[in-house]
Design a protein around this ligand. Sequence first.
Ligand SMILES: Nc1ncnc2c1ncn2[C@@H]1O[C@H](COP(=O)(O)OP(=O)(O)OP(=O)(O)O)[C@@H](O)[C@H]1O
Length: 327
Amino acid sequence: MAKLSTTMCQVLTKAAIENLGQRKIYSVVDVLQEDPKKLASISKLDFKDVIVLRQTLITNFSPFPRQGLDAYNELLSQCSYLSSGIESLDSLLGGGFLTGKVYEICGVSGSGKTQLCLTVAANVALRMKKSVHFIDTKLDFSGKRIHSILEAKESNEEVVGSTMEKILVTRVHCYNELYNFLYHLKNELVREPGTTRLVFIESLPAVFFQYMGANNLDSLGLLNSLASLIKYIAHEHFVAIVVINLASMWVEEESASLVQNEDETAPSAPIIDVKPALGKYWAHVPNTRLYIEQCGNSTERKITVIKSTHLATGSFCKISVLSEGVK
Ligand SMILES: Nc1ncnc2c1ncn2[C@@H]1O[C@H](COP(=O)(O)OP(=O)(O)OP(=O)(O)O)[C@@H](O)[C@H]1O
């Protein structure tokens, strides 16, 4: 909501702004909502000038509809898939993580979220000249682990060293530090566009749990500001942002009692529902949500698309968490 100023239009004088202010008309939206005749009498501007003012404000402040073709061409020219370096995951994602999108990887504790992110960070940094940001909110980033993942892929110690230099780890202790870091990253990308294409936030609940509970409105406001910033960076600077979230498993007892087995005598299996943390507001923020869970033997994991704007939900792939990283 832009505040009125004399630089917005030649006819908008300081006196007119003061006159409008006395009637609580302070912003562009206030002017556009008001009847032009009434505006002329309040501001003491000519009716002709009020029409010029309205046209100028509409031209400069309205979002214009764009053709679908323009949006598609922009996507083709500026977005790219960042291969995760894990074949099965790339084919699930249609080629890799798409720049300009926000991804969430959720799963219960120990499901392999961190191992997956470290491996993808290592793979992307190894292949690309750009830096990969890793925001560590849990304060447990392991340089040793990423070094051993890289060593398993690359025998040249110099290449391993230069790749590790491209993985920029930032430790944040609280929401404010996270927000400030992202804000500065946004400014850096304005100054030097394209310096980074991939950002991991590991993990979001770690900086939010302190705000949950008592004053829920505060946490919603903070979550809203962070979500806008994350989306802005991803969309405007063509960065893929991968947010790690915890998930909990809930047994839906009501549904369980409705589901009958084939012989209708044995008790039916309870339906397990996956609930990512951070609530309903956050639920719509990521463009794609991936759920990672253990399956089969202790190293095997299944990744399922549980929400997406461009991938089929329910599709899945299998990966293995090994000493040399995720494969
Ligand atoms: N060096 C390693 N070699 C093989 N497997 C490993 C290695 N390090 C961790 N793992 C496996 O990775 C799994 C833990 O994964 P990870 O730490 O990524 O879980 P997480 O989902 O991030 O958990 P949390 O939410 O608690 O942080 C365990 O099954 C562990 O055995």
